[in-house]
Design a protein around this ligand. Structure first.
Ligand code: CDP
Ligand code: MG
Length: 672
């Protein structure tokens, strides 16, 4: 009998149980439980695929249940939302319960749990959010911090936070799990915590390098896959690429070359869950499976049956330059640790091969040992806001595992002061303002939160909500390759707004609602239905937060001349730090930081306005600004007088333009 559902176990349960029992962690179940009983914190290191994520939380749960069958809650964090969702589904199956009941997951904008939930997988970011409302995390009996080696920003903050919580809650237990981990560092950090090792069951993996550097890694990757398929014995292939577009492109090319002799499956975070699930489908006989994935498959998800790994040596990584204030995802070289993890994926079921598309010399000389923790590569404005909300206003005394650079922290503080989230000035750090309090409750970046909070003042909160929702979901425009591309572009052009991309997104949202969210309408117009549904859902959740703070939902009269002006001003009131100015030579320079940028090819503007506000800075072969809207220079001083005070601007063309505008205004004032 299933003690959770009260029903008899299904056949499937026993089938999976068999498999579970063969996982390496199973052999150490008793040792683990003993260790957990006698310690508050425990560090567990085990090779990817040894069963940590799926089994350990269940072990904990069983032990808790035995001691006290009344309701208990175990939380297990994951850096990636895909992993949280997929693992939760798997574990629900293993426990023979329905997902969302006893076993659930919580990721940003989606909560799939109920009052019955006893085991919850959640992103590290969500646990941090929960701590804002429940600083001692009272709901949890045990917290499992998984994938600690990834050293995401949120995981690092949780380390510091949990250290404090554990001191105040002797009944709480913490399990830190990781695939590699610089165990020394972690042990030192949680001094006194025992380390438990789960020996992996890795088979040898033979490593091949290219004799010469590859000019085009995508090309080389596809060529390598074809060669593996033609010359190597059966076994599935895992290819690491950097992002959605590249992966889709590669998948198409591989199918083009090998047809249905192979089963080619993409894997990336914005892929619909049903498609993600496909990589776990049992193999079809005589058909080689080829998974083309981002570094999700490096440690977060284990795919059985992989024998060959193709590693071009790149991943999209966040980088941040506090001087130019540019945070961007950049395709960059992975670390040696990552390369070794990737290779390891080939040896799970039997001896495997890893094809590195770089030279051995490059591996030895160019790759760094470990990827730098995210906290050293991020804009920390949100972090500072979060920590403040958690009651940690003295950042210097916060126990970071790797303290961020002072210049980055300083930058974050100044940005928050400029946004009105903190009072005080650059010399003396103040407290969270009322605006700052509200900002910290939105699961959004500080600028977007600010824009929402201020939008009622511009009489357009309804529209700003829609735009924010659209900006928070994957791209709504579908752009197929080949024949249909022209048609898709024409469909997209119909939504285009002369003043820019934010307003185009608003048009799409409005049209979607007018058509009652019809999926056929989406299909006909090359609009991603799933993205629109999530936008609707996100919007609803943002409305709830707005209502909580009594922020008014309002719109200007659609026929009034101010309708779009108000929206553009509200955009600017949030994103005034992201403005670019067109100089006489026809180049855009970001204001204050003076970075040369180009309008992204996807931009809908048919001319180059003098001033634009942008949502995102994209670093690729060139510096692009993406999602761009035309604004007027006069508004800058109106919405952000301090920030755009002439004395605060470097000597540049933008400053001279603003000077002129200011003189003009003064003259007009005098006339009046
Ligand atoms: O966390 P760790 O990498 O140690 O392993 P895990 O994620 O718990 O995976 C253990 C095993 O569970 C894998 O080898 C898969 O066979 C299976 N699994 C699965 O079939 N479907 C999933 N969605 C996740 C895991
Ligand atoms: Mg895992």
């Amino acid at each position: 009998m299933n003690k959770w559902s009260g029903k008899a176990y299904t056949q499937r349960y026993y089938e999976i149980l068999e498999k579970r029992r063969s996982l390496p962690v199973y052999a150490q179940k008793q040792e683990f439980l003993q260790c957990l009983m006698s310690n508050q914190t425990l560090i567990l290191v085990g090779e990817t695929g040894s069963g940590k994520t799926t089994q350990i939380p269940q072990f904990v749960l069983e032990a808790l249940h035995e001691k006290n069958p009344s309701k208990c809650l175990v939380g297990c964090t994951q850096p990636r939302r895909v992993a949280a969702m997929s693992v939760a589904k798997r574990v629900a199956e293993e426990m023979d319960v329905s997902i969302g009941e006893e076993v659930g997951y919580t990721v940003r904008f989606e909560d799939c749990t109920s009052s019955k939930t006893v085991l919850k997988y959640l992103t590290d970011g969500m646990l941090l959010r929960e701590a804002m409302a429940d600083p001692l995390l009272q709901r949890y009996k045990v917290i499992v911090l998984d994938e600690a080696h990834e050293r995401t920003l949120s995981t690092d903050l949780l380390f510091g936070l949990l250290k404090r919580v554990l001191r105040n809650r002797p009944d709480l237990k913490l399990v830190v799990m990781s695939a590699t981990l610089e165990a020394e560092k972690c042990l030192k950090y949680f001094s006194g915590a025992p380390l438990m090792k789960v020996p992996g069951r890795l088979h040898p993996v033979e490593i091949f390098y290219t004799p010469e550097p590859e000019r085009d890694y995508l090309d080389a990757a596809i060529r390598t896959v074809v060669q593996i398929h033609m010359f190597e014995p059966p076994g599935d292939v895992l290819v690491f690429l950097t992002g959605e577009e590249e992966i889709e492109d590669a998948c198409q090319k591989i199918v083009g070359k090998l047809g249905d002799q192979v089963n080619v499956l993409p894997l990336y975070s914005s892929l619909p869950p049903a498609m993600q699930q496909k990589i776990f489908d049992p193999p079809t006989e005589n058909v080689r499976k080829i998974v083309v994935s981002t570094n999700i498959a490096e440690t977060s998800l284990t795919i059985d049956g992989i024998v060959y790994v193709v590693d071009p040596g790149f991943a999209k990584q966040k980088i941040y330059n506090p001087k130019t204030r540019v945070e961007s995802l950049l395709v960059s070289s992975i670390s040696k640790a990552s390369a070794n993890q990737r290779a390891g994926r080939a040896g799970r079921t039997r001896p495997g091969k890893c094809f590195r598309l770089y030279t051995e010399k490059s591996f030895n000389n160019d790759l760094i040992e470990q990827t730098y923790p995210e906290i050293l590569r991020s804009n920390l404005a949100n972090t500072v806001l979060t920590l403040n909300k958690l009651g940690i206003d003295n950042l210097v005394s916060f126990k970071f595992m790797d303290p961020p650079a002072p210049v980055t922290l300083e930058r974050a503080l100044i940005d928050l002061i400029d946004l009105g989230a903190l009072d005080g000035d650059e010399d003396k750090l103040g407290n969270l303002t009322r605006t700052g309090e509200m900002m910290s409750e939105f699961p959004l970046d500080p600028q977007m939160a600010k824009m929402l909070i201020i939008s009622p003042k511009f009489n357009c909160s309804n529209e700003i909500l829609s735009i924010s929702a659209m900006l928070s979901v994957p791209n709504c425009f579908i752009r197929p390759r080949g024949e249909a591309q022209k048609e898709a572009d024409a469909a997209r052009a119909k939504f285009g707004h002369v003043d820019g991309d934010h307003l185009t997104l608003l048009n799409v949202y409005h049209a979607y609602k007018q058509n009652n969210g019809d999926s056929k309408w989406c299909y006909d117009n090359y609009i991603n239905h799933k993205a629109m549904k999530s936008a609707d859902n996100v919007r609803e959740q943002l409305v709830r937060i707005m209502s909580k703070f009594n922020l008014k939902m309002c719109s200007s009269d659609f026929n009034s001349r101010d309708y779009y002006t108000n929206i553009r001003k509200a955009l600017l009131a949030g994103y005034f730090m992201q403005v670019a100015h067109l100089d006489r030579s026809g180049r855009y320079l970001t204001v204050k930081d003076e970075q040369m940028v180009h309008l992204h090819p996807s931009c809908c503007l048919d001319h180059k306005p003098e001033w634009v506000v942008y949502n995102e800075y994209v670093l690729t072969s060139r510096n692009f600004i993406r999602t761009v809207t035309y604004i007027r220079g006069e508004w800058l001083e109106e919405v952000a007088p301090h920030y755009y005070h002439l004395s605060n601007l470097p000597n540049c063309e933008a400053k001279r333009a603003l000077q002129k505008l200011s003189k003009k205004r003064d003259r007009r004032g005098n006339l009046k």
